[in-house]
Design a protein around this ligand. Structure first.
Ligand code: AOF
Ligand code: ZN
Length: 361
């Protein structure tokens, strides 16, 4: 495999990001077909999960697929769904070489896709761009392997290491561009999770309000073991437009507004998070964006349930003039990687910096 192969695979991985979060319960996979140094076909798993990437790319390539090379971010499937297996479709189109990044852990595939290709005399190279491809496939892979959603902890941290001031509600920490990016993270997640403390103190909506993506707001989940939520909250008032799922006892006043409830198991007086995540996984929720507060963040971190971090750091301090006992310190800081996370990306949004981390495997 050459540097050029690595670059085509990198392009395929970037293309796969296009539908990330929007193909459930399928992963967003991309396929590039290259003939004589020219990309002749590009496909990404369609919204909703079908068609798969390979037939879309092959349809673009047409006859040019004969003798060409395919770069696929996930092993082509080996099972008959509504369409024949993608491995077979690649063979039928006359593809000569296939590069794949990640083995598909789906028991219907799991190296069978590779085996079908090899049996037809196709040259197969696995593992090209594996770690980058895994970032795009993270939610699918965690859900398949562990049966629970992939958990991203998102925090907006001030220059003095705080995520809020007790009793002050929503203290603006990051600017408009960073907020827009948060809305995109929401739109790409299957659920947003907060504690009732955050729901009450901040009265947030937790929807995606980016133009054109309003319809992509995922279910909002609030941990409310002590029935503290009330019908004056924006979360409750918008529950007809965007689903609200409360983890805790059924509150009849809220149930009337269309709020849904799931029972929770308790552990030492708190909602048992591993069991909750398992329940969410069983509902097909593959990814959760955790948006507060400090208590839930700490609990998830200490139970090793955080798979990725999205840390927005602002250049502005917020603690000056406030009593130190009201400072809510961030449970993690971007310049402190002792928790076993590695940097996966860094961006600047206006004055704010976003750094993303993935838990070391
Ligand atoms: C591919 N290319 O683009 C994707 C694949 O329900 P089905 O029949 O669509 O199959 C779902 C499975 O297909 C999913 O669990 C995963 O194994 C694979 N996803 N495979 O060849 C694709 N998205
Ligand atoms: Zn397929």
């Amino acid at each position: 495999m050459s540097l050029t192969d690595a670059r085509y695979m990198a392009a395929a991985i970037r293309f796969a990001r296009r539908h990330e979060g929007w193909t459930a319960t399928n992963p967003s996979v991309a396929c590039l077909i290259v003939a004589d140094g020219v990309i002749v076909g590009m496909g990404v798993t369609a919204m909703g999960g079908r068609p798969h990437a390979e037939p879309l790319a092959l349809a673009q390539a047409g006859d040019l697929a004969r003798g060409a090379t395919a770069y696929v971010t996930l092993e082509p499937c080996a099972h008959h769904g509504r369409t024949p297996p993608c491995a077979q479709t690649l063979i039928d189109a006359g593809i000569a070489r296939v590069f794949t990044a990640v083995v598909d852990p789906d028991p219907r595939v799991d190296e069978k896709g590779h085996a079908i290709l090899r049996a037809a005399g196709i040259e197969v190279e696995r593992g090209l761009g594996d770690s980058k491809a895994r970032e795009v496939l993270a939610a699918y892979l965690v859900h398949k392997k562990l049966g629970r959603p992939h958990v991203t902890l998102k925090l907006a941290i001030s220059a003095d290491g705080l995520i809020g001031i007790r009793g002050k509600g929503q203290v603006p920490i990051t600017g408009a561009q960073a907020r827009a990016q948060t809305h995109l993270l929401r739109a790409r997640s299957h659920a947003i999770l907060v504690g009732s403390g955050t729901a009450l103190a901040d009265d947030p909506e937790l929807t995606c309000r980016l133009p054109g993506l309003e319809g992509r707001s995922p279910v909002r989940i609030v941990l409310d073991a002590n029935m503290r939520l009330h019908s004056g909250l924006k979360l409750v008032n918008t529950s007809n437009e965007v689903p609200l799922l409360v983890v805790g006892p059924v509150n009849p006043a809220l149930a009337k507004t269309g709020t849904q409830f799931i029972a929770c198991e308790m552990q030492d007086g708190r909602i048992a998070l591993p069991e909750l995540l398992e329940d969410l996984g069983a509902r097909g929720i593959q990814s959760v964006l955790v948006e507060g507060g400090a208590q839930i963040a700490k609990a998830l971190l200490s139970e090793n349930l955080v798979d990725a971090l999205a840390l927005f750091t602002s250049p502005k301090p917020i603690g000056a003039g406030e009593s130190v006992k009201d400072h809510i310190a961030s449970p993690v800081l971007a310049n402190d990687l002792r928790q076993g996370f590695e940097l996966t990306g860094a961006w600047q949004f206006g004055e704010d910096r976003l750094e993303t981390f993935a838990r070391n495997a």
